[in-house]
Design a protein around this ligand. Structure first.
Ligand SMILES: [Zn+2]
Length: 149
């Protein structure tokens, strides 16, 4: 296999060359490069899955709250419209969480904060309905915020 200098692009004389004969750049061993490429491909999958699943569950929890509120409204229960409004709030917060998950690989920190906002906002809106989403989103969000490039 012919190797090229990563700095100037000139062909290296030896496959095992340690320095470029043209510009003098130190040649990094292939083993080290492969390790770097592998670690660049895999991270943030957990954060993505936590955010996505948390957001989707939260979305349906919000819909459930809206239906529950609508049902209550049909029976003229007090505060039913509040439940509907909070259900819509939870749906919006769940979408924020899904958006966060979608951007977790490109805008990791912002995505993490979006997931945390989604977790807390949804929990405030519909409390127990959102508890599973809250757990998934808060873990994914904190992991993303604390993630080191
Ligand atoms: Zn070179």
């Amino acid at each position: 296999m012919v190797k090229y200098c990563p700095n100037c692009g000139s062909q290296l004389n030896l496959e095992s060359a340690q320095f470029c004969n043209n510009c003098g750049t130190k040649i990094i061993p292939a083993e080290y490069n492969r390790e770097k490429i592998e670690s660049a491909g895999k991270p943030l999958t957990v954060e993505f899955i936590l955010g996505l699943i948390g957001g989707i569950i939260g979305f349906f929890a919000g819909i459930a709250a809206i239906l529950f509120g609508s049902l209550a409204a049909a029976f003229s229960v007090n505060n039913a419209s509040n439940v509907i409004g909070l259900g819509f709030g939870a749906v919006i917060f769940s979408i924020i969480g899904i958006v966060g998950a979608a951007f977790v690989k490109s805008k990791t920190k912002i995505a993490g904060y979006l997931m945390i906002i989604s977790a807390i906002g949804g929990l405030i809106c519909i409390s127990a309905f959102y508890i599973l989403s809250f757990i998934l989103l808060i873990i994914g969000g904190i992991m993303a915020v604390r993630y080191k490039e």
